[in-house]
Design a protein around this ligand. Structure first.
Ligand SMILES: [Zn+2]
Length: 309
């Protein structure tokens, strides 16, 4: 059955939601599509402490608990979380259910974020087409979302090799020349430092310097953004040709800077990698920023919970 989350909003159902990251945990209640009782804490020291934080001060009319965690999640179990290793192999959904006496669901944070981007835009009355929802920050994560459903939950879309050159940079995933190793925020930052080290003003982030120099027409900054556009286009062309999305919804510090500067260039490069019949789709493709990049995973895990309940 298709679940209409707008109906849940009208009925003002309350869902406890949390976003668990390596350095910060955040929780809130979603009531009628709005965020309430937001609370943040630093990293926690044990799974029990985490469950206590997630289940603290639950509202009496709460219908369930939906959380997102940075890592691989299957059936409520955190299979592997590189930045929160204390959660590895912990059945978090079971522990939360035991503590809260409510139904609990655990999602991967990119799944939560992607579902949240869709839910928030729909919430604003924007007709969201089949979209690639992505984060372009230190790393790159992406999901295809169709009518609120994640088409490829748990995917690792940015870890495939697109540059076979043996000197291509190595990624945390062990590959050399994967998408993230080439144009993830960390690589771009290193590229900027390598090119301009003596010239970056003290206290200025290398990527801010890149934007300033790009906006004042410096060749080296164009070169860096050409590099970013070329490989982002290759990534998007592969996804478009396999998963046929219509728009890109994005968040992430580097994405916020990059898409506003190079989206036309990305489209141009994309067309070069696509068969003629697919190129028209690129012209109609929109780049839409997430309406609430800080909190979309909180909204999204609640939206997924409603769909899955
Ligand atoms: Zn990688």
């Amino acid at each position: 059955m298709f679940f209409d989350w707008r109906d849940a909003m009208k009925r003002e159902l309350v869902i406890r939601t949390a976003d668990i990251g390596g350095t910060q945990c955040r929780r809130a209640d979603i009531r009628g599509g709005n965020l309430e009782k937001y609370l943040a804490t630093g990293s926690v020291n044990s799974p029990d402490e985490l469950v206590d934080f997630v289940c603290g001060d639950l509202p009496v009319n709460c219908m369930g608990v939906a959380i997102s965690v940075a890592g691989i999640v299957e059936n409520g179990i955190v299979v592997q979380s590189p930045n929160i290793s204390m959660l590895n192999e912990v059945n978090l959904a079971y522990r939360i259910e035991r503590k809260s006496r409510l139904s609990a669901k655990v999602y991967n944070d990119m799944d939560g974020g992607a579902a949240g981007m869709f839910a928030l835009l729909s919430n604003q009355g924007i007709k969201v087409r089949r979209s690639l929802c992505m984060t372009w920050s230190t790393g790159i994560g992406a999901r295809v979302v169709d009518n609120g459903t994640i088409v490829n939950p748990g995917a690792e879309m940015s870890h495939f090799v697109i540059d076979k050159d043996p000197s291509a940079p190595k990624c945390g995933c062990e590959l050399r020349g994967c998408v993230e190793s080439l144009i993830g925020g960390i690589s771009i930052k290193e590229m900027v430092i390598e090119i301009t080290k003596p010239f970056i003003p003290a206290g200025t982030h290398p990527c801010t310097f890149l934007d300033q120099e790009f906006d004042s027409g410096k060749d080296w900054a164009f070169e860096v953004y050409f590099h970013a556009a070329k490989f982002m286009a290759q990534f998007l062309a592969v996804v478009m040709t396999t998963a046929v999305f219509q728009d890109v919804i994005y968040k992430g510090t580097f994405g916020m800077s990059a898409f506003s500067r190079i989206s036309l260039l990305i489209k141009q490069y994309m067309k070069e990698s696509l068969m003629v019949g697919m190129r028209g789709r690129v012209d109609g493709m929109r780049f839409i920023p997430s309406p609430d990049p800080e909190n979309d995973a909180l909204h999204g895990s609640a939206a997924l919970f409603l769909k899955d309940s």
